[in-house]
Design a protein around this ligand. Structure first.
Ligand code: FAD
Length: 259
């Protein structure tokens, strides 16, 4: 299988650097073809702006969505965007690795999504009708592919528990898992988490490497998070609200999972 490993950390000798090396070795040893996007070493440009598009009529005002669509359809996107889109299209699974920075991914990785998730590629696709509201949330360009996040946090596991002060980790990762990955059709696996990173030593690293290897070995068999497909009948269209019969009395991120 072909795996795309995308990771973000400014220092290759960091814990994330060690984890990245371990991921690439394990996947290669398992016989997979591994493509890598090491965003800091690539000096990835994080901001989406007019320099991303070689639009002939530059007198027209730049519109992040419309220009993105026009450039995607016309082949006017910059080469770095096209390269990363191709890697995504070619992969069978995506491994997305990052340290939790201010409750999300580092800005450089957010910018990877903002720039390569073009209008017509990642969003604005599929029919819009009374029964189908675009190919999204369970459908889309990434259908049939799997995605797993590998996330390190300075905070303890308990800080991210159901009653932890930071909020549950599954809620904090919801915008990434559901909003970025499930949105375009990925089957999203439960994350691999490394908490309390300041306490990681050789013994701890050995243990986490073993657990991570098991997860990578089971990349194509682990059951995904059971998010509800948008067009599967659970939501009203076009309001896109969960129908009254499901999760009565409940609101919040958790209602979008079937478990
Ligand atoms: P490093 O600091 O490089 O390493 C951690 C430990 O692992 C070190 O003790 C190191 O010696 C050891 N180590 C590294 N490699 C190996 C190896 N091969 N073998 C054995 N030991 C090894 N945390 C939160 O919980 N929530 C937040 O919202 C949050 N926001 C942040 C925002 C910013 C801007 C920053 C800079 C940090 C934030 N943090 C937050 C903390 C952050 O999540 C951690 O610093 C990060 O996850 C640690 O990963 P690292 O790769 O930088 O680890």
């Amino acid at each position: 299988m072909r795996i795309l490993h995308v990771w973000a950390h400014p220092e290759p000798r960091s814990l994330n650097g060690s984890i990245a090396t371990a991921i690439q070795k394990t996947l290669t040893d398992l016989g997979h073809q591994v493509d890598t996007s090491d965003l800091y070493r690539m000096k990835w440009k994080p901001q989406l702006d007019q320099d991303d598009f070689d639009v002939p009529d530059s007198a027209t005002a730049f519109h992040p969505e419309k220009t993105s669509r026009e450039a995607f359809l016309s082949g006017w996107q910059s080469a770095d965007i096209e390269t990363e889109q191709r890697k995504l299209v070619q992969c069978d699974a995506l491994v997305l690795q990052f340290p939790l920075w201010w409750y999300s991914m580092p800005a450089i990785m957010k910018g990877w999504f903002e720039r390569i998730y073009a209008y017509g590629f990642a969003y604005g696709v599929g029919e819009h009708s009374d029964t189908h509201w675009g190919d999204r949330f369970g459908e889309g360009a990434m259908s049939g592919k799997r995605a797993m996040t590998v996330v390190t946090t300075g905070g303890w596991e308990s800080h991210y528990s159901g009653r932890g002060v930071n909020g549950p980790i599954e809620d904090l990762l919801f915008p990434i898992h559901h909003g970025l990955l499930f949105y375009t059709g990925f089957d999203v696996l439960p994350p691999f988490l490394v908490h309390r990173t300041s306490k990681v030593d050789a013994e701890c690293f050995d243990d986490l490497s073993h657990r991570l290897n098991r997860r990578l070995e089971n990349l194509f068999t682990t059951p995904p998070i059971p998010y509800r497909p948008q067009n599967g009948g659970d939501y009203t269209i076009p309001a896109l609200e969960l129908r009254d019969g499901f999760e009565p009395g409940h609101t919040g991120f958790g209602i979008h999972r079937t478990e």
